[in-house]
Design a protein around this ligand. Sequence first.
Ligand code: MN
Length: 234
Amino acid sequence: MTQANYLWTPPPVYSLPVRGSDARLPVARIFCVGRNYHAHAVEMGAPVDKAAARPFYFTKSVSTLVESGATVAYPPGTENYHYEMELVVAIGKPGFRVSEGDAPSLIYGYAAGLDMTRRDLQLVARDKGRPWDLGKDFEQSAVCSEIVPSNAVLAEGAISLAVNGETKQSSDLSMLIWNIPEIIADLSQFYHLQPGDLIYTGTPEGVGAVTPGDRITGRIDGVGEVALTIGKPE
Ligand code: MN
């Protein structure tokens, strides 16, 4: 194979540790489900009628990935920087137009994640019918724990988040509007899912703002914990 002659060093491979393994999981893409807990959809002013709606998605660049435990600078351009605690599904096998029945076979494992959001910019975009990128797809906005290998379908389990030790979000995976097989099957109607794709499955109610010096800790029973410290703005 000919060695490519690049103008500059190509971007790194983004990856996450895997519990019980020396190998790291190389991340391909980051998909996020919008409004997947009723109480959060209501707090955002956009209730969901599952019978009449389908899930919707946005994406974050893989370069937004940050490992749990990091300290990130308070991001530019926002005055309302929010946490969203989420279960993350890691895809381990290719799949296109898979059924709900086949969807679990695509799962490599799970993680605890934070879909960090510039809420003011997201809401301006939403209300003007513009893309959400400025609100969602920004540097260091996809925080993720180690991956826990398992292709069990997680149907229940407490999911919670605290800021400086004070609980802000507390729900259960059983409250997901679209469950894990439904999300994977639906997303695979639109994309050829591939190993290393991550799916952030949506946040429960209780989202809110953080400021420099705050420490976020999140937990999902049976999966693990995620942590993030907010640093000063650059
Ligand atoms: Mn989210």
